[in-house]
Write a protein that binds this ligand. Structure first.
Ligand SMILES: [Zn+2]
Length: 255
């Protein structure tokens, strides 16, 4: 492609970036949201509206949605493979059916729409990046279930690549886990997206918090870089990038 910009990204942007955040730990509200809102970098936050007190517990996220960030579906139960534990009786994806996971996804989405009623579409995020139920002969992907209820789904990916607008499976978009990365490493990944006109997705958990955290100084380095480069890098929530890709594909008859 010889053009100076990519027809599928807005203006003269040469790449798209989505900053995504899982599980809603306190540091996201305290550190990440104010930094991103100040820098005008709308991002995606994937929450678990579990138990009867979800409206009360998730109340602070209403303001986050109003500030333009995406509230995304991360299921109510957040069930992963039993392989994380040495306990064959623990709840796990191995014991679920597609109907079980669909029931959770539908109710979880309904609850999150109460937190973000202004948001027209919503993306999904696979707990523990895992997109299957069952085991061995009964193992099946639940990506088609997500596709029935969401415009896009964020996974991890078989390879550490960014997503091409023409080829990405929007219901299992690839992302880079950002835990313990330095600011320079994160900026380097975004720079690689510019070279390939790609959509890069970074996955965060805590900021200065938890075993999957990044340091606030490193996070700030990335935020400042994206802010300064906003005219050539489109930073947007997952559902907005997915909508743009779908519209571009339709206009260009790309299946
Ligand atoms: Zn999670």
């Amino acid at each position: 492609m010889n053009r100076q910009y990519s027809p599928y990204w807005p203006g003269e942007c040469r790449a798209a970036v989505s900053l995504t955040f899982d599980d809603g730990p306190p540091s996201q509200l305290k550190i990440a949201v104010p930094m991103l809102t100040d820098a005008d970098l709308p991002s995606s936050f994937y929450l678990n509206p579990r138990n009867d007190y979800y409206l009360e517990k998730l109340a602070p996220w209403r303001e986050v949605a109003k500030a333009g960030h995406e509230i995304g579906n991360h299921t109510m139960a957040h069930i992963c493979a039993r392989a994380f534990r040495d306990d064959p009786t623990a709840p796990g994806l191995e014991g679920l059916t597609l109907a079980d996971i669909e029931k959770d996804i539908i109710e979880s989405k309904r609850r999150l729409q109460q937190i973000a009623p202004e948001q027209r579409e919503m993306s999904f995020c696979y707990p523990c990046y895992m997109e299957h139920v069952g085991r061995g002969p009964t193992r099946q992907s639940y990506v088609p279930v997500v596709a029935r209820h969401h415009i896009a789904g964020r996974g991890k990916g078989e390879f550490p690549f960014a997503n091409h607008a023409s080829t990405v499976d929007l219901h299992y978009a690839w992302s880079w886990p950002a835990e313990r990365m330095t600011g320079s490493q994160m900026v380097g990944l975004v720079e690689a997206c510019i070279a390939k006109r790609c959509w890069g997705i970074l996955t965060f958990h805590g900021i200065n918090e938890g075993s999957l955290g990044v340091a606030d100084s490193d996070f700030r380095e990335l935020v400042n870089y994206l802010k300064v480069n906003h005219s050539r890098i489109w930073t947007a929530p997952v559902y907005k990038v997915a909508r743009r890709i779908l519209d571009w594909r339709k206009q260009n008859n790309i299946a």
